[in-house]
Design a protein around this ligand. Structure first.
Ligand SMILES: [Zn+2]
Length: 364
């Protein structure tokens, strides 16, 4: 990014922080901060003692990126890492998606990540691990995903091994497939056995001919299953799979299909290593100009990442396009496509978005 773009973006960032105070993370004086001007993190080992200091810092330094540690330290500014004296760490998850589509605002992929985030929270963090739902924080990453942090003391005390077990469980790594006979998994069981039983039960209850065919189940077995559906359902409820038609391979197909959907893609290092730095909620992501909003759990479903995060206004603003830009949707409006070297006047929010994405240069 050239010097002029950087300067213009940082002026806007500073103006924003002047008007909008950022909430400090709990125990701010125990956190390590990292900031980025050119890259995501250019400087780290920074300590910011109070909320007031944080907001002053944001206005005066106007960093393009600011991150903080999930870890709490006695001396967050000291280095090397060992001298910080680690105390505890939030259990953090970074859910992201590599978008294969030709757009800068992919609603399809971001929706997919949102569903995974919801699944992680509902099915695993609350249901399986029993973490206090009041102690789970969610925020938009500011670009392509979501961050989840668990501040339940039970989670904060976990060591690296405990964190690894949680990741393995959530991702169903090394899962041993149970035997589907008379004493198979029951839907009421805890852990993966219960999940598998419930998935199969749901499949038997809801699947129609088409869905079964999609799974590669042959006509004869489909007919058998539909005819004896009620009897099979009653069997599974008791953990008895003898009533199921066909050989076990048929059920493995169901299982495989469902298992993938239950898997939660998680960026390992963040969860395992609390010293990694993550975007500070309610700050600007300088690679998109969007806000990394904190999201209340009840609002996650309705959250609109390319509308609710747009913080800049509509003032007509001149830019020059420097990269082929496919059409995109921002703040509920269609924009583009734009060709390189086009000089255009657009809403300020779009000018900043394209400049941060390095698809445009400021002409204002
Ligand atoms: Zn996509």
């Amino acid at each position: 990014m050239n010097r002029k773009s950087l300067k213009k973006i940082r002026e806007k960032i500073s103006e924003y922080y002047e008007e909008n105070k950022v909430k400090a993370p709990p125990e701010i004086d125990k956190r390590e901060f990292g900031v980025g001007i050119k890259d995501k993190i250019n400087y780290r080992h920074i300590s910011i003692p109070t909320k007031k200091d944080l907001n002053k810092y944001l206005v005066s330094e106007s960093p393009r990126f600011i991150s903080y540690s999930a870890a709490y330290y006695e001396y967050p500014e000291r280095r090397p890492m060992k001298k910080k004296q680690y105390m505890k760490g939030d259990l953090a998850f970074d859910l992201d998606h590599d978008c294969p589509h030709d757009t800068l605002t992919c609603y399809q992929c971001i929706e997919e990540v949102k569903r995974e985030t919801q699944k992680l929270i509902d099915n695993f963090l609350i249901k399986d691990f029993g973490f206090d739902k009041e102690k789970i924080e969610i925020n938009f990453s500011g670009n392509r995903g979501y961050h989840v942090k668990v501040r339940d003391p039970k989670a904060q005390q976990l060591n690296e091994l405990g964190r690894k077990e949680i990741v393995d469980y959530i991702m169903a790594n090394d899962l041993i497939t149970p035997e589907f006979k008379k004493n198979g998994p029951k839907p009421t069981e805890k852990g993966w056995r219960g999940k598998i039983a419930r998935e199969i039960l749901e499949f038997v209850k809801q699947s129609d001919r088409e869905k079964m065919k999609e799974l590669g189940i042959n006509q004869r077995k489909i007919k058998d299953l539909i005819e004896r559906r009620e009897q099979i359902i009653q069997g599974i409820k008791k953990g008895n799979y003898d009533t199921l038609p066909g050989p076990e391979t048929l059920w493995r197909k169901v299982l495989e299909n469902r298992k993938i959907q239950l898997k939660t893609p998680i960026d390992h290092p963040v969860t395992l290593d609390a010293s990694r730095l993550m975007r500070l909620p309610d700050t600007i992501h300088g690679g998109s100009s969007l806000l990394a909003n904190e999201i209340k759990m009840k609002d996650l479903k309705e959250f609109k990442p390319f509308e609710d995060t747009v913080i800049f206004g509509e003032k007509p603003t001149k830019i020059k396009i420097i990269k082929e830009t496919p059409k995109l949707h921002l703040k509920g409006k269609k924009h583009g496509p734009f060709e390189p070297n086009e000089e255009i006047e657009v809403e300020e929010y779009l000018a900043l978005f394209l400049t941060c994405k390095q698809h445009a240069e400021p002409k204002w």
